[in-house]
Design a binder for this molecule. Structure first.
Ligand code: HEC
Ligand code: HEC
Ligand code: HEC
Ligand code: HEC
Ligand code: HEC
Ligand code: HEC
Length: 501
């Protein structure tokens, strides 16, 4: 490479490599650090990284990035040295030369060697930390702050707030490993380019099977008996009257045939339930099949409108996630979020009609960004209460409702209950009634069993205050707080999460 060079000025020094300079030396150390990190991370990735979708980006993009930057510096140093040599050939031949015979240079070189060793040591430490960091919940939930924020906020108040994202979202085994690496890289690039979907699509297509996730911690055999839940509500009347349904859910009622019965029968070892959903969000289910795993006998239920057979690759075996599709990220409805805040006492029930006003304030169409919300909510609530005697109550309510908004509605990500249905019940979304609705029948006209009000649960008490102390073991008929609705209507036809009337 030295053909165009002038002859070196000092006849006694032999021509030396242009790489012999400080810039190239620094580049060399950076490149060595990058190479080292690459091997280290690749090793961690292969040995322990099966649950980590994002490690790939550090291993295969960031570490090689350092390697390439280091190499570029090496060549830049050589190039600069050569330019210098050409320009200043006569006067100052060796500006950046490493010269071992020079004492000052030797001392500098020693310091340089020590820093280089330190740098490589640090890059080992850094890679190790990177590995742990990219596995952490903080990384998933907070670094991708804007993108994942709704999931992170809802996750933190859920029952699984201590379960790491990767426990549910990334599978083990070679196939999941590759899928997760590609997917993780794709996601990070989406965030960097700011072109990910808003809202992020649900259901998650390549979520690992429930047997691998949920059943690591929850054994279906371990669910026994009934679970009691109090559903606390407040009505949209002047007094914000409270209404509670105290219910016993037959999650695992002992059945004559063995261990499984009741709601968790769907995941029993005796039968398999499969279904076909006509829509992407699995809300419209026109066909299902129950197979007895001992005899192989199968029963097919379908709606009257659905003729023909479903595409074989679209048939899904029912598992935990078909009911518990929001184990970690519940997006409550505006109605439920306000009621919860009232039940907790954060939102006082003293202001007349505050239940209705609060739900309306949260669902204003004009709110299109997180930043604009607090002002819009304050204006709306203040406009409803002009009596100066209420000023203190109004101010407190404004703060409470603003707080509810921040954890319930995410306008910029377009994420809230309207796009993320919860399939566990049937009040605000179709849920169980997607199948248990008396509209699915077998060829010989059998309906889906357990579709009457007392087969999944009983209401052991309902109403407010003292009403809740009168218990019935057999269950009361449901007393709808707003009078008897038309029997043809499903609960979710009216209950859409916003204001009912
Ligand atoms: C207990 C298991 C579990 C944990 C822990 C968990 N998720 Fe999820 N996540 C799910 C399930 C189940 C779905 C919905 C899947 C479906 O409907 O197919 C989901 C959906 C999502 C979605 C898609 C949008 C949506 O809401 O449906 C994102 C994004 C997401 N999770 C991010 C995260 C992040 C970030 C964390 C950690 C802060 C996390 N998840 C922790 C189980 C979990
Ligand atoms: C790493 C262990 C772990 C995994 C994996 C896990 N869970 Fe849980 N889950 C827990 C723990 C611990 C609790 C109890 C939390 C508490 O009592 O506050 C719990 C509670 C629950 C509850 C009842 C609490 C409630 O009110 O929501 C449900 C339902 C549930 N899990 C479903 C699931 C489903 C569905 C999956 C799979 C998508 C899953 N879990 C995966 C550990 C786990
Ligand atoms: C047919 C729908 C359905 C399926 C399928 C289903 N569950 Fe449930 N599960 C329920 C309902 C309903 C409850 C009662 C709690 C409620 O309503 O929130 C419940 C309760 C639970 C609880 C809470 C127990 C407690 O003590 O609080 C856990 C944990 C749980 N299920 C885990 C699972 C796991 C794991 C699977 C898959 C193996 C599964 N469920 C499958 C509907 C279902
Ligand atoms: C994908 C359709 C589907 C969904 C969704 C569904 N089920 Fe079922 N369920 C079935 C089928 C099919 C049967 C069996 C019907 C038959 O053989 O007559 C059944 C049976 C049952 C039984 C009777 C079990 C026994 O002990 O014999 C209960 C209880 C039940 N379901 C509760 C629920 C609850 C609660 C939900 C919502 C959380 C739900 N189901 C959601 C399809 C579904
Ligand atoms: C296929 C099973 C099933 C059938 C049939 C069923 N329910 Fe439910 N219902 C559930 C489950 C599961 C929940 C709990 C939802 C949850 O955990 O959020 C529930 C919750 C409720 C609640 C409390 C909801 C709330 O948010 O306050 C009421 C009230 C209720 N059901 C009434 C009825 C009435 C009335 C009928 C008959 C028309 C009926 N249910 C039929 C499964 C069923
Ligand atoms: C015709 C429309 C309609 C139908 C159908 C309907 N509801 Fe309601 N429901 C209302 C109205 C209106 C209110 C009063 C809302 C308020 O005061 O905030 C109400 C109030 C309630 C409440 C208490 C307050 C609240 O906002 O949650 C519960 C619980 C409830 N309904 C459950 C159900 C269940 C379960 C079903 C299905 C079995 C059902 N409803 C069917 C219209 C309906």
């Amino acid at each position: 490479m030295s053909d165009s060079l002038p002859t070196p000025p000092a006849a006694n020094s032999k021509p030396r490599s242009h790489f012999n300079n400080w810039i190239s030396a620094i580049g060399g150390v950076v490149a060595a650090g990058g190479l080292f990190s690459f091997f280290f991370l690749a090793w961690m990735d292969l040995v322990k990284g099966d649950k980590n979708p994002y490690l790939g980006i550090f291993t295969y993009i960031v570490a090689p990035g350092f390697l390439i930057a280091g190499l570029a510096l090496v060549f830049f140093g050589a190039w600069a040295q050569r330019r210098w040599a050409i320009k200043h050939a006569a006067t100052m031949p060796d500006k950046w030369r490493l010269d071992f015979s020079n004492r000052t240079q030797r001392r500098r070189l020693l310091a340089f060697g020590a820093s280089a060793a330190l740098f490589i040591g640090l890059s080992a430490f850094g890679s190790f930390q990177t590995f742990h960091y990219s596995e952490s919940t903080m990384f998933c939930g907070q670094v991708c702050h804007e993108a994942m924020n709704p999931e992170f906020v809802t996750y933190q108040r859920g029952a699984h707030a201590r379960v790491a994202c990767v426990e549910c979202h990334v599978g083990s085994g070679a196939e999941h490993f590759i899928k997760a690496k590609i997917n993780g890289t794709h996601q990070l690039i989406g965030v960097l380019l700011n072109n990910y979907n808003r809202p992020i699509e649900t259901p998650v297509k390549n979520l690992r099977p429930a047997q691998d996730t949920c059943e690591k911690c929850h054994w279906p055999e371990k669910f026994a008996g009934n679970i009691q839940i109090d559903f606390e509500h407040f009505l949209s009347d002047k007094k914000n009257t409270s209404y509670t349904a105290r219910m016993l859910l037959h999650v695992n009622k002992s059945a004559p045939g063995g261990l499984f019965g009741g709601i968790h029968w769907h995941v029993s070892k005796t039968d398999r339930v499969e279904y076909y959903a006509a829509d992407f969000k699995r809300q419209d289910i026109p066909w299902m099949r129950v197979t007895n795993l001992q005899t192989g006998a199968a029963k097919v239920f379908r709606t009257e409108a659905f003729k023909g057979e479903p595409p074989a690759d679209k048939i899904r075996v029912m598992d935990c996630i078909d009911c518990h599709n929001r184990p970690a990220h519940v997006f409550p409805t505006a109605n439920a979020a306000v009621e919860r805040s009232m039940a907790m006492g954060t939102l006082s029930t003293k202001l007349p009609n505050i239940k209705r006003v609060a739900v309306q304030a949260l669902t204003q169409k004009e709110i299109t960004s997180e930043a604009a919300a607090p002002q819009k909510i304050a204006d709306f609530i203040r406009s409803k209460y002009t009596d100066p005697a209420l000023a203190a109550e109004v101010a407190a309510s404004v703060t409470a409702v603003q707080g509810v908004f921040a954890t319930t509605v995410f306008p910029e990500r377009k994420a809230d209950w309207r796009v993320y249905p919860n399939n566990i019940g049937h009040k605000d979304w179709p849920g169980c009634f997607r199948c248990h609705d008396d509209k699915h029948k077998t060829a010989d006209n059998q309906k889906v069993r357990s579709s009457d009000c007392n087969s999944c649960h009983v209401i052991i008490a309902q109403g407010k205050g003292a009403d809740l102390e009168t218990l019935s073991a057999k269950g009361f008929p449901f007393k709808h707080p707003d009078g008897d609705p038309d029997a043809d209507l499903s609960c979710s036809d009216c209950h859409n999460g916003g204001i009912q009337k």
